[in-house]
Design a protein around this ligand. Structure first.
Ligand code: IVH
Length: 676
């Protein structure tokens, strides 16, 4: 590829990837499937490797992080980052409103917004390019977290206009990401975050920015330091302008003209807050007109033109009846408090994870204690504290178990972890959990093989390890409860289908310590075959971008084990695929040069006989085309099935290249085709 060709291709890839990132992370409207994004992204990585001069600061490849910062520099905020005054009742809110109306001597209308429970951030752009991002700190001096913020995909690296501005908003961790992060941390024996806010704070202050990049943070921007720069006169218009510039803004805000409307807004969101995908802790009302902001000004700490109404805490008291210990697939033993059921944030709650023994000791939770219960991230039940006044006189300190509650083996702390682990590889609980993980959706995806069936298979001694799944027979399954011929065939078929999986699913399914789905994919794409990986050294594995020492060492240790090698042989004998079936990075780069539809805008029309339209679309997108709905001058190619109508006529008029279905299939198969 010449430099000129590479420049053109790199620019096109960047434009598409930036557009898709914006659609996904800013507008919440994805338009392409993940694999299409991934393939284009990998092409860009490859091309930038060959032509390093083409790397620009706004390239999507610059968001992966990987820099290890020595520490965070201090940043002084020229315009202080203010906090907000709080009120806790409608009466207090109404008093604030009256005070403000009096001081400006006019009816004030407000922009009512959600109060996002995250961390305030400030972003500076010069000529439309993101140059600095910082935390609030004490309001005057914050910390420079530019490199961390670059990994947050909803923050545009370039704006849609080349202007210089400073904006502020909230960086937060979506509830789903928080739940998944804590689950991963608990499984890995690490401490968990108490709420999404702490998780976001911890993620932003990572010195290794690759770690921040993994945390799926998001943002809402709600403030322009100098609104005159954007020629907007109200907060509601400022939010619109911010969105036009490429920022993610919260679309739930509303202009309200009196306290009745504000109360309605509060009630509406107090009810809806549990359905949002992020945590809010109240609502904020801001005088909508900026002239009012200038007129009333700020105190040292808070603006006089805005106030926060804080939701009452959703908390319940209940009694701890028991503490149950369960074993996860990694052997971590986790305590769960079993309590009298109570209604909390929309659901009935009777269990709360206590995460690890240290936390249980720290909170000194005892059987029969009354405890305060809330939901972290509005979703996960958590005991905040014991109500000591109500502790029974005869209460005794809870004694942590020393042995595995299932197999009786001695529990241990590995590498100073907080978690207690059962490290007996024959522990039935551990085996059952790993079997269920192997079959789960992101691993081998064996439909119908959930934890309950795994339990039955294991208890009836039909399987003892994952290779055993592939030896199961219909006769054996028919001996199980609720298994009839139809369900037996269905399960055997699902197990059989899983033999064809690309190897990254197996690699993830094996449950190797520290090897998540993403690492499994990267490693598989690099080594192509599990046997190759089994002979690799840690140095060989470290060649892969974003795979660190911990994962590399864990893989090497795992495959050095004789039992593991035996297991892989058994899987091989059972005809389980051990190779990578996806495209490797080199193949994708090759594709960039070889694809006949690369960069083409393609329209599909008419009825296709041999292909499903969705498959045709998938193939086109995977090969670098973008499939659009209507024919215009910009269309490069029309693929017309039979009974094509107006789109075909228009394409003919515009002299656009037209393929029929057969021609398209030939191209897909890489066969040259002569149209007759
Ligand atoms: S306005 C001068 N709007 O709440 C502007 N703040 O408790 C002051 N917050 O430090 C901030 N959502 O981190 C504003 N829609 C929103 C907000 C919001 C969350 C945070 C912000 C602020 C804190 C004050």
């Amino acid at each position: 590829m010449t430099l000129e060709e590479a420049t053109k291709r790199v620019n096109q890839l960047k434009t598409d990837l930036i557009k898709w990132t914006r659609q996904y992370y800013v507008l919440d409207q994805p338009t392409v499937e993940d694999h299409v994004y991934d393939e284009h992204y990998l092409q860009l990585v490859e091309l930038e490797k060959v032509f390093p001069n083409l790397v620009t600061p706004n390239s999507p490849t610059q968001r992966v992080g990987g820099q290890v910062l020595p520490g965070f520099e201090k940043v002084s905020h020229e315009v202080p980052m203010l906090s907000l005054g709080d009120v806790f009742s409608i009466e207090e809110l109404s008093e604030f409103d009256q005070r403000l109306q009096k001081s400006v001597d006019a009816e004030v209308s407000y922009n009512a917004e959600l109060k996002i429970d995250g961390l305030a951030i400030s972003l500076t752009y010069e000529n439309g390019v993101f140059v600095k991002g910082s935390t609030r700190g004490d309001g005057t001096i914050g910390e420079d977290i530019t490199e961390n913020l670059k990994t947050v995909k909803s923050i545009p690296l370039t704006l849609t206009e080349p202007i210089s501005i400073e904006v502020r908003g909230e960086c937060y961790m979506p509830t789903k990401a928080f739940v998944a992060l804590n689950k991963r941390r608990e499984e890995a024996g690490e401490t968990v975050f108490a709420n999404p806010r702490n998780a976001a704070a911890g993620s932003l202050r990572q010195l290794n920015t690759a770690e921040t990049a993994q945390r799926q943070l998001s943002t809402f921007i709600y403030y322009i330091v100098d609104p005159n720069a954007l020629d907007v006169k109200t907060q509601s218009d400022a939010l619109k302008r911010l969105a036009e510039l490429g920022f993610r803004t919260n679309t739930e805000s509303r202009v309200t003209s009196d306290m009745t409307e504000i109360s309605a807004y509060i009630n509406e969101y107090q009810a809806k807050r549990h359905d949002l995908s992020y945590d809010i802790d109240g609502i904020v009302i801001k005088a909508n007109l900026f002239t009012i902001h200038d007129e009333v000004g700020n105190t040292v700490k808070v603006p006089k033109w805005a106030i926060a109404y804080k939701f009452p805490p959703d908390e319940q008291e209940t009694k701890v009846l028991d503490i149950e210990w369960t074993i996860g697939r990694t052997g971590v033993v986790t305590p769960t408090a079993i309590m009298n059921p109570v209604q909390l944030a929309g659901t009935t709650v009777s269990r709360a994870s206590l995460h690890n023994g240290d936390l249980l000791k720290q909170k000194d939770i005892r059987i029969n204690d009354m405890v305060k219960l809330h939901k972290a991230g509005d979703i996960i039940p958590e005991i905040s504290e014991v109500v000591l006044d109500k502790r029974p006189d005869d209460s005794v300190v809870y004694i942590l178990p020393t042995n595995c509650p299932v197999c009786g083996a001695l529990l241990v702390h590995l590498d100073e972890e907080v978690a207690l682990r059962c490290i007996n590889p024959k522990c039935p609980a551990l085996i059952k959990e790993s079997l269920a993980h192997f079959a789960s959706r992101n691993a081998m995806n064996i439909d119908g093989l959930g934890p309950k069936i795994v339990e039955q298979l294991f208890e009836n001694k039909l399987i003892s390890d994952v290779a055993g799944l592939y030896q199961l027979t219909a006769d054996q399954l028919l001996t199980l409860d609720n298994f009839k011929e139809k369900s037996v065939n269905k399960l055997l078929n699902a197990i059989d289908i899983s033999r064809q999986n690309s190897v990254e699913r197996l690699l993830f399914g094996l449950g190797i310590r520290h090897v998540g789905a993403k690492a499994a994919r990267l490693v598989s794409a690099e080594f192509k075959d599990i046997h190759q990986l089994m002979t690799a050294t840690a140095e060989d594995i470290l060649v892969i971008d974003s795979i660190g020492q911990v994962i590399a060492d864990s893989l090497v240790t795992y495959f050095a084990n004789d039992q593991v090698r035996e297991l892989i042989d058994e899987l091989d004998n059972a005809q389980v695929n051990l190779t990578f079936l996806g495209k490797t990075t080199a193949e994708i780069a090759e594709l960039a040069e070889g694809s006949p539809v690369m960069d083409k805008k393609v329209v599909l029309t008419g009825t296709l006989d041999q292909l499903k339209r969705s498959d045709a679309k998938k193939w086109l997108e995977a090969n670098g085309a973008s499939v659009v709905g209507s024919v215009s001058k910009k269309t490069d190619l029309l693929i017309a099935g039979h009974d094509a109508g107006s789109k075909l006529i228009k394409a003919e008029q515009l002299e656009i290249e037209i393929w029929d279905e057969q021609q398209f299939i030939s191209v897909m198969e890489g066969v040259s085709y002569e149209k007759n």
